[in-house]
Design a protein around this ligand. Structure first.
Ligand code: GDP
Ligand code: MN
Length: 385
């Protein structure tokens, strides 16, 4: 679950990481009030679940209240498109208005899960700011990395290594180490998968501060992060993914034209490989899960088919706790309730009640292509293109 910048900053601040003074606004009158409190000397920042705002007009420094309001009016008038969004962009509903700081140096700091290592890592660079991706590509040696032992956590020497590696003047070491430990505690205590502070700045007043912050909470840990009451902003996400989330389905939209409905994440991934092997591309990842009922399968098919890019569907079910007849009934109910044309559906069913499931699909006469194995599935998907 992605947090907005202002939410990530509130979290970091709670753990002792210094952040600029600021407030969120969603109307021009609020912008005026907040900008006045900084005597007009402020930064206006769009709050969206995407980075790259600075290069797309989503971050503006202003010197007076009227300019703050003018900039805010422009920002609130439509979507913002950055290198990290779709061509359509994301809506701007909120702005963060912060005191403007006199920045003398921009650093980079992040804490994230490294899937390859199976460890949390801390990364830091003295070349922070808007071109960090280019730094990572052209001069990876400028990015320092500490791998965290999960049994011990971040060790003081690792924080010191980074501080020294960043080439900070002596006076900043204790500030940096305290800040990093705070950010690390926030990461662990709130089950984050990412905290990124870019830039982490040094001001002319000699203070280290997070002037940008990104945070993501691991969705699988949300059940135990309820107290934190992170207000999730679903307006920033795709409508289709919100629908799936509300129905308890794991759905990720992809760019291809073969919609997939599968039970189990491993099988879902293998299925996407098969689709690629057939020379086609999956339109989505969709795991209905083990405990689905007819209604949930019906919803899953609805969501899958609501993507206009889907030209054919591959249902790949290995019946276990989820019975094949339940899946078949869900598919039949969904296709029968459709008012528009249903793309061809290829179904492979094995396991619990597979015969019953196949019978239901045959008798419903909804034009499903029943296949017996992956090879046949591949051939059929190919023949449909
Ligand atoms: P991003 O482009 O989405 O990562 O947005 P950031 O919050 O990182 O802002 C982009 C850039 O704006 C930063 O890299 C800074 O250079 C600049 N910036 C943001 N806030 C301030 C500020 O208070 N003072 C100054 N001088 N620059 C700022
Ligand atoms: Mn940034």
């Amino acid at each position: 679950m992605k947090l907005h910048e202002y939410q990530a900053k509130a979290l970091l601040s709670k753990y002792g990481v210094p952040v600029p003074r600021g407030e969120v606004a969603s109307s021009l009158s609020e912008v005026r009030r907040i900008a006045k409190s900084f005597e007009g000397n402020c930064v206006v920042k769009v709050q969206v679940h995407a980075g790259g705002r600075g290069k797309s007009g989503g971050v503006k420094l202003v010197k007076d209240v009227d300019s703050a309001v003018a900039v805010a009016e422009q920002m609130l008038s439509g979507n913002i498109v950055t290198i990290q969004t779709t061509a359509e962009g994301v809506p701007v509903n909120e702005l963060l208005i912060e005191e403007a700081l006199d920045v003398t140096k921009e650093l980079y700091l992040s804490i994230l899960v490294d899937g390859g290592l199976g460890r949390v890592i801390v990364m830091a660079s003295e070349a922070g700011g808007m071109d960090i991706e280019k730094v990572a590509e052209d001069s990876p040696d400028k990015i320092l990395k500490e791998v965290i032992d999960p049994n011990i956590g971040l060790m003081a020497y690792q924080a010191r290594n980074l501080s020294i590696g960043l080439g900070l003047d002596r006076e900043f070491h204790s500030q940096f180490i305290k800040l990093l430990l705070g950010a690390f505690n926030a990461f662990i205590q709130t089950d984050c998968s990412l905290i990124e502070i870019n830039p982490l700045v040094i001001t002319s007043q000699g203070q280290l501060l997070a002037i940008d912050a990104k945070a993501s909470i691991d969705d699988d840990a949300l059940f135990r992060q309820k107290d934190e009451s992170f207000n999730y902003d679903s307006r920033q996400e795709l409508e289709i993914e919100n629908l799936a989330r509300a129905s308890g389905l794991s759905y990720v939209k992809l760019d291809g034209d073969v919609g997939c409905l599968v039970n189990g994440a491993g099988l879902a991934m293998a299925t996407m490989d098969v689709i690629m092997a057939a020379g086609a591309t999956p339109a989505n990842f969709l795991d209905v899960g083990g405990g689905a009922d007819v209604n949930k399968v019906h919803k899953a098919v609805d969501i899958l088919l609501s993507d206009s890019g889907v030209k054919k569907v591959f249902v790949n079910i290995f019946g276990g706790i989820l019975r094949c007849d339940v899946v078949a009934e869900g598919i039949v109910a969904a296709t029968k309730s459709r008012k528009t044309h249903t793309p061809p559906i290829v179904v492979r069913m094995l396991g619990t009640n597979a015969d019953e499931g196949r019978k239901i699909l045959k008798e419903a006469k909804i034009g499903v292509h029943l296949v017996n194995d992956f090879t046949e599935a591949t051939k059929t998907i190919k023949s449909l293109s």
